[in-house]
Design a protein. Sequence first.
Length: 147
Amino acid sequence: MFLTKIFNRALYLGTRSNGSFYSTTAAAATATSAKTSHNPLEEFFEVTRSQEEDKPNTYGRSWKASELRLKSWDDLQKLWYVLLKEKNMLMTQRQMLNAQNLRFPNPERIPKVRKSMCRIKHVLTERAIEEADPRRSAEMKRMINAL
């Protein structure tokens, strides 16, 4: 885990069993093996790969507007929140590494996420403009601007 490597301690300090606390190493081992307990802060950090791997990570491209036009309103909304979560994770990781004077790996990921989010807004705005009902169009535009 990324945080475990940086802080040299486990995130699962609050795990209980029969009224007593586990030691931090036992709690971490239990949590990682069982996968039942979930720390919400983990979503803000990327699980890093082992240092022995020589192969660099490759990441995907941003979404094209033509691909997004094929998706439903609900799918675009879900994708928006997935991208927002990814952006928050990347920004948190970048800020933490900058505070420790370490280099942020693969900085090109942030513009890809931002570009995809911008394209989602563009596609949704196109749909709102094409809407025949002016009230519904105005409501859609307000929702889009709130994103």
